[in-house]
Write a protein that binds this ligand. Sequence first.
Ligand code: GLA
Length: 702
Amino acid sequence: MTDSTAIRHLPDHDAFLLTGSGFSYAFAVGADGSLRHLHWGGPLGASDVAALLGDDARDFGSNTWSHPRAHTEELVQHGGRRLDETALKVEFADGVRALDLAYAGHRIAGDELAVTLTDRHYPFDAVLSYRVRPDEGVLERRCELVNRGEHPVVVDRAASASWPLPWRPRWEATWLAGMYAAETQVTRRALGPGRLVLESRRGIPGHAAQPWLALDAGAGDTTGEVWSVALAWSGSWRLVGELAFDGRLHVTAGVNDYDLRLPLAPGTSWTTPVVAGVYTAAGHDDLTDRWHRYERRHVAPRPDTIRPVLYNSWEATFFDVRPESQVELARRAAGLGAELFVVDDGWFAGRDDESAGIGDWTPDARRFPDGLAPLAEEVHRLGMRFGVWVEPESVSPDSELFRAHPDWIFQWPTRPRTLARQTHLLALSRPEVRDHLVTALDGLLSSAPIDALKWDLNRPLTEASDGVDASSPWIAQVEGLYEVIDRVRALHPGVWIESCASGGGRADLGIMSRTEWTWPSDNTDALERLAIQHGYLRAHSPHTMMAWVTDSPTYLTKREIPLRFRFHSAMCGLLGIGGNLATWSTDELAGAAEHVTRYKHIRTTVQFGTVRRLDADAPDDVTALSYQAPDGGQLAVFAFAPSVRHLRRTVLLRLRDLDPAAVYVDADTGARHSGALLMHHGLRVPLVGDYASALVVLDRAP
Ligand code: GLA
């Protein structure tokens, strides 16, 4: 029970004070044994805790039952008069569905605190875990449910945490809503009394919203308090913001309880996924910085490795994957400076279109009689790494795998099976299915020098039974996926994995801890992509955000966009190329090569730098953002306008967080600007004509 700097137990008050950069979080053990929440906000000292304890918000006289109880509790358990949003509900073997948990002890180890709550009647514990990431000011929370008894317990609802926010007179919520091909659109609304429910019931995170939410009481980019939570879970999830009429806001975050019946056998336990929370007093810029730093330091694999320039063949060839045309694309991609060449869907047995082949991860013998090795080796000779697309969790009815194991999918015995994109979902809840996938992917990765996988999923979970144990596929499927990825990564530690999020929206902190980057959207229209990227960057670091330059007109929207705009748009994240290079003119190829060279010059800044959205200075039709290198030595400023109106030919963008005394030199023109001028007057950026775009690179003078 040793205190750390980040976590202190205050025995006089039986209280806990958790502190990281710019924030404190406090709660105490109440006289009745319940955990009483005290504070989540700016930093406090131990001497403030007595005052927090004296500030009892529950004292409303005899009508207290009408006031939200949730706001005062660390873990809102179902039972008694807790008739608000609850975090935990279980059913005991005798049919009792109310909990009565009380503090039983705690343990502090380093920056982690575990508080055990024990039921007063049943041998059942909930262990609340807190981990402070002091430098980023992030608090990670999760909850372990322990059945110590001799009878099964069924978990009906198990959020990772409840987050009571302080009272404020008004609240604004920001979240990332969307749909297929229009993902992560910044959505901001004033909250009224009632509930804001963001969720997925699909077994995958889905496109409707990211499991991420920011709440402020009137913050801007550079000022104001913001609270934010994000869930590390790649399945069905639920975030609820419940606002009482008097301004008390309470957030619950965790796996979705929709159709959840999670059995806990005697002597077993289950731990929820992590939900991370961030508080800042310095506005949405600082919130973005904290989430980005957190992903880089505590989530991402290979956090310090520059991500390669990718070529992906999907939009160039779709299912018509043949070695000759792939080699031709690879030659041209290498000529442009691509470093990783990925063959998308269509390379494996029987895969001529969407109707067949998923599940059989062996190369199509008609097209690749000697397997993938000759193509992979040719790609290596061209100086690039080689990768392939897979969708391991799905299976086509027309596949060898399904014919051999029709029982390996989620299905109800008496109901029709729902096909989605002409596939079923393999039940990764079953150990033999997980073993099969690990063996199949190991076989694939061992059959040729394959350096990367694009890991896709293009369907939801619909029939929630794996034929063996109908209890809780919603949880077991995601845990099964994590196990399979972890085992594949352990067998092939050099392989990079891209989480393809456009089929399933899977770009959450859970999958991001196992993959090098994500594919945020199938929409490669460079203009529409800007809005998608703008939202994505609120929650996620640019080193995870892949973007391809594709053909014009773009295949989904048919919009014609100049090459320069397409490149600039994709250069705001991880630059990829996905056009049919066989049809690009010599001029286009030369122009593309120049953009790739330029990108390599700025990519450390873009991938690992500090991002600023310059919305305040950008008229409605302009998108602008800047990236500052981690060492402050370089700035990359991007601006975009679909069409320039009236006589305006420039925008004046005030940059933020520079050294006012430093001099920044325009890498193209040699113009010199002081940091003070760039911040207080602005950088004048030319934007001329239709689909105008600009990239200004500024180097800090020594
Ligand atoms: C999904 C992905 C695309 C592509 C196709 C292949 O739609 O999002 O990028 O890989 O599958 O079928």
